[in-house]
Design a protein around this ligand. Structure first.
Ligand code: ATP
Length: 344
């Protein structure tokens, strides 16, 4: 649905070139929620603004629904842009207009009758759960409510795509959750493809299907979120995942020779990683029963990503050496990744 091919964007500031985006290739599928994550200055906003040509790439092509946007004239581009809604961190509402008038604004040249327009605007306000605020002004709304108005306004032209530029960054965690839930609903109910940029891995984890990780204008890693969370490759990705989970703390504890990570002779400490594992067998009791080893859990983190569990569990196995080896082989045979953290 959206193909970004060899996209680069260079700004020239006081004679100096700033390479904001460098040779990015992305293929965003119809109906998915695609996340782009990166620290401040990574080039996320510039890249996402290239999708609707708010920023014209210095190089490369932007193909949306088979159309090369760089080749369109101004009129054709205006039509295409109507089908690409956008929301922003600071909402960008018109302060002197009511909620109703803000949502009505993109429809000002619409061919709908007055009654049809009214019906449409009210149904959008109903979708974002703000019907009762239709006559309020933006200054009378909370941040979450303002973003709801912005979402309703972005949906007014029945877009195929919704671009979200740090849409939850100005909101508290609870309001963030509510807005992400609404975006998910918009994606599922209306079939709208969402491209979302953020600096928070928690946001990616909550609603995205796939993610691209950006650093210094480049995409360093891209893939299905379950795969990225289970097997991050690039250092920047690992860094982001650490911020969204506390499981890596175990490495610090081992390094610091913390009391909970001390082993007795013959014991072995393992990190188990399981993603999308079919077996529902109670693993810990199974290894105790089958191999006569004791397993104590010292650290764990289980997430549900896209309805699949992704777990990381640090355990200490104690027992006979040969039994521990067999238990480890059994765990691997169950489709669980095993990393030996420490042995004594
Ligand atoms: N209009 C502009 N003129 C000059 N430089 C720009 C312009 N827009 C962005 N940049 C530069 O391009 C780089 C990438 O900026 P961009 O806003 O795309 O990053 P970002 O990942 O979205 O960061 P943030 O989350 O802070 O917005 C930065 O170095 C920024 O200073």
């Amino acid at each position: 649905m959206i193909k970004l091919q060899n996209i680069s964007k260079t700004f020239t500031v006081n004679g100096n070139d700033v390479h904001a985006v460098k040779n990015v290739n992305l293929d965003i599928q119809d109906g998915e929620i695609f996340g782009i994550i990166g620290f401040s200055g990574a080039g996320k906003s510039t890249l996402v603004r290239c999708i609707n040509l708010l920023e014209r790439p210095s190089e490369g092509s932007v193909i949306v629904n088979g159309q090369d946007l760089m080749r369109l004239d101004a009129k054709a581009l205006r039509e295409v842009r109507k089908k690409i809604g956008m929301i922003f961190q600071h909402f960008n509402l018109m302060r002197s207009r009511t909620v109703y008038q803000n949502v009505a604004f993109p429809l000002k040249h619409s061919k709908l009758s007055k009654e049809e327009l009214d019906k449409k605007i009210l149904s959008l306000l109903e979708l974002v759960d703000l019907k009762e605020k239709k006559d309020a002004y933006p200054s009378q709304l909370s941040g979450g409510q303002k973003q709801r108005v912005a979402i309703a306004r972005a949906l007014a032209n029945d877009p195929d795509v919704l671009l979200c530029d740090e849409a939850t960054s100005a909101l508290d965690p609870q309001t963030t959750q509510a807005i992400l839930k609404l975006l998910k609903q918009v994606n599922e109910k209306l079939g709208i493809t969402i491209v979302l940029i953020t600096h928070e891995m928690g946001v990616i984890k909550d609603i995205c299907d796939r993610v691209a990780v950006m650093e210094n204008g480049e995409v360093k890693e891209m893939g299905d979120i379950l795969e990225i969370f289970a097997h991050p490759q690039a250092p920047i990705t690992k860094n982001f995942i650490e911020t969204a989970s506390n499981v890596n703390k175990i490495y610090e504890l081992i390094e610091a020779d913390s009391e909970i990570t001390k082993l007795k002779p013959g014991e072995k400490m393992l990190m188990l990683t399981y993603a999308n594992v079919e077996t529902k067998e109670p693993l810990i009791s199974a290894i105790s029963r089958k191999f006569h080893v004791d397993a104590s859990i010292i650290f764990g983190n289980v997430e549900v990503l896209k309805h699949s569990p992704l777990g990381k569990l640090a355990i200490i196995l104690s027992g006979d050496k040969a039994d521990i080896e067999q238990a480890q082989e059994y765990i691997v045979a169950c489709g669980i990744e095993v990393e030996v953290l420490k042995e004594c």
